[in-house]
Ligand binder design. Structure first.
Ligand SMILES: [Zn+2]
Length: 83
């Protein structure tokens, strides 16, 4: 699923450089996207980390509201943000 999204983004030239959908720590696929407005994040539950994937790479934010982003911000606060 994630690989398919990644391939699509590459094909459409959205991915300028390799966005990391796999956990930078354990290399297992991350979960996401979790959006705060147009900023897309992924998390790894097993490592307890979150990382920034990109800006507006996923259009799912369009269906979300400020209340969703507030909830996502709270969700992300449980994770350690890493590069
Ligand atoms: Zn991990």
């Amino acid at each position: 699923m994630i690989e398919a999204v990644k391939a699509w983004l590459k094909r459409h030239g959205v991915l300028k450089r390799d966005a990391r959908f796999d956990c930078p720590v354990c290399c297992y696929p991350g979960e996401g996207p979790i959006n705060i407005e147009k900023a897309n994040f992924f998390v790894c539950e097993r490592c307890g980390v979150s990382w920034y994937v990109g800006w507006n790479l996923f259009s799912s934010w369009r269906k979300e509201t400020p209340a969703d982003w507030e909830r996502n911000r709270f969700f992300l606060s449980r994770f350690k943000g890493i590069e």
